[in-house]
Design a binder for this molecule. Structure first.
Ligand code: NI
Ligand code: MN
Length: 226
């Protein structure tokens, strides 16, 4: 089993009943956060890129929980330099962790920490096999045609895709991404956090009516059984 909890913006917590992971734990400065960073109890923290709205509270959460941060190499070095335990990976690579397998995918975006001026390598997305299910978290990205390959090589049970436009895919590109990935469920994310990404998830759902993918629109703090 796998239970995924949306915590606002791009933050997702997942548990198989034994292990808990969190992806892109941006909570303290997140106007729509579904949880306080101080209350997060996890075994691993996955971070797609160095931007503040994704790296967020990763380092303090890692230190308090004695948890390991899984990230692209340069970002892993950055968090390790701040005293966090880190597992360095890179795009195309997979590794078997106690909770399951993680593979890093490409993401077309930037990656910099500290107001974006400290280089933290390439951004990524994550394919997580956990609790017998497959979760894809796209991170921040443009639409890319290799999503078709990701969909062909993985039977995705749930995909978290950005639809807020401006910095990432918007509605129409997100719809196209779903057509490529063919996930059983899709949860839109990275919208409405700020006025500049104020897109309508209902429009996204409307445009996917009749597809084989179930659109799950959940509020921060709400969960979905994958
Ligand atoms: Ni970003
Ligand atoms: Mn972002």
């Amino acid at each position: 089993m796998l239970k995924a909890t949306f915590l606002g913006h791009s933050c997702v917590m997942a548990t198989d009943g034994k292990y808990k992971i969190i992806i892109d734990p941006f909570l303290t400065d997140n106007p729509v956060a579904g949880m306080k960073a101080d209350n997060v109890e996890v075994d691993y923290i996955l971070v797609t890129h160095g931007h503040g709205d994704h790296l967020g509270d990763a380092v303090p959460i890692a230190k308090r929980n004695d948890a390991t941060i899984i990230a692209p190499n340069e970002l892993a070095i950055y968090v390790a330099n701040q005293g966090a335990k880190a597992h360095n990976m890179h795009i195309g690579g997979a590794f078997n962790f106690p909770f399951g397998k993680v593979k890093l995918t490409i993401a077309h975006h930037g990656s910099g920490a500290g107001d974006g001026l400290i280089y933290t390598g390439n951004p990524c997305g994550f394919i997580v096999n956990m609790g017998g299910k497959t979760l894809y978290h796209a991170g921040d990205t443009a639409l890319f045609y290799d999503m078709k390959l990701i969909g062909e090589m993985n039977s995705i049970d749930i995909a978290f895709l950005p639809i807020g436009d401006n910095f990432t895919m918007g509605i129409d590109d997100g719809v196209r991404a779903v057509e490529f990935l063919k996930p059983k469920k899709v949860v839109p994310m990275h919208y409405k956090t700020w006025p500049v990404i104020d897109t309508d998830p209902d429009e996204f759902a409307d445009k996917l009516k009749g597809s084989d993918t179930e659109v799950v629109i959940i509020k921060p703090g709400e969960s979905v059984d994958v």
